[in-house]
Design a protein around this ligand. Structure first.
Ligand code: FES
Length: 109
């Protein structure tokens, strides 16, 4: 796994998020009220709304466009809606945040 530094936990307000541009697209990084950090694609499974601008509640975010609720833990839409986004592994080392953008496939030389 390749860990990429994305700043510190203090860069994200509680119940807030920030959008991180990566070579694999925009990633929404969330901080819950109890300081858990989650990262998912910043792209709602409904019509691509910016989830990083949604409302964070418990371990879920409500999309700002049409109010789908997406689990930050599984990336799946909750309730009657169906769809999911990619979840991205997050590591907190002290105050420093890292996300894993991809897995290194072992490549024989
Ligand atoms: S784009 Fe997110 S609910 Fe429609």
């Amino acid at each position: 796994m390749i860990w990429t530094s994305i700043g510190t936990i203090n860069d994200i307000p509680r119940r807030g998020a920030r959008c991180v541009a990566t070579p694999q697209g925009k990633v929404a990084v969330f901080r819950t009220a109890d300081d858990k950090i989650y990262a998912i694609d910043d792209h709602c499974p409904h019509k691509g709304g910016p989830l990083s601008q949604g409302i964070v509640h418990d371990a879920a975010v409500t999309c700002p466009l049409h109010n789908w609720v997406i689990s930050l833990e599984t990336g799946k839409a909750l309730g009657p809606d169906e769809g999911s986004v990619r979840t991205i592994p997050v590591r907190l080392d002290g105050d420093n945040l890292f996300i894993a953008l991809g897995r290194l496939e072992s490549q024989a030389a």
